[in-house]
Design a protein around this ligand. Structure first.
Ligand code: ATP
Length: 207
């Protein structure tokens, strides 16, 4: 089984690439969803988050309200660090378990984990290779405004708060450039799959 960590900045096209890889036959895990599982009500991280940020982050249903939590930590590095210190180690554990399970069940040839914060959280060692998706800032601003109704100023602020594309590219094995239309992106990913995946799936962790 080949494990691929898929990362990139906000709106770069990670989910689009993950969808294309899924269509090509990869099993895809979203690290955000694993993250949400870690602080479900009843999990130890739920208590830690409430202890750190107060009961105001608990919604009517007893679950952590991610919108409220996000508003507290965005733009406040200390709070953000407090949160990531709680959840990142647990997400890592969750990912390790999933990778082991997929490897043991033997049916999965390619496992992709989509994780925006892969490098920041230090999860790179979990994967055989890292693919980074990059898109020019102008494209990201335009796509997120058109498709998520997100103001360019807000997108820009978020991009400034993140690692740069250059930093990510330096640490990645593969760069997927998403600077054309979706058809071009699909063609790029298909080519990478043909070039890299068959050779790499044989013998690394199999058998
Ligand atoms: P985030 O981490 O912010 O969720 P992401 O990296 O997963 O973002 P996507 O959701 O895949 O990015 O892409 C962002 C938006 O841009 C989506 O609405 C997506 O459909 C659109 N998009 C991605 N690639 C292209 C493209 N090549 N042409 C047009 N729209 C695109």
């Amino acid at each position: 089984m080949l494990t691929i960590g898929l990362t990139g900045g906000i709106g770069s096209g990670k989910s689009e690439v993950a969808d294309i890889l899924r269509e090509l036959g990869a099993q895809v895990i979203d690290a955000d969803l694993v993250g949400h599982e870690t602080y479900r009500r009843g999990e130890p991280a739920w208590d830690q988050v409430v202890e750190a940020f107060g009961s105001g982050v608990v919604g009517q249903d007893g679950e952590i309200d991610r919108g409220r939590l996000g508003r507290i930590v965005f733009g406040d590095p200390d709070s953000l660090k407090r949160l990531t210190d709680i959840v990142w180690p647990r997400i890592r554990e969750g990912l390790e378990k999933r990778i082991t399970r997929e490897r043991d069940n033997g049916d999965t040839t390619v496992l992709v984990v989509e994780a925006a914060v892969l490098f920041e959280a230090g999860w790179d060692r979990l994967f055989d290779e890292i693919w980074v998706v990059t898109a020019p800032e102008a494209d990201v601003l335009e796509r997120l405004e058109r498709q998520r109704n997100q103001k360019p100023a807000q997108t820009r602020a978020r991009l400034r708060a993140q690692m740069t594309n250059e930093e990510r590219e330096q640490r990645a094995d593969v760069t997927v450039r998403n600077d054309e239309d979706r058809a071009a992106l699909a063609a790029t990913v298909r080519q990478l799959w043909t070039d890299r995946v068959p050779n790499r799936t044989q013998g690394r962790h199999d058998g």
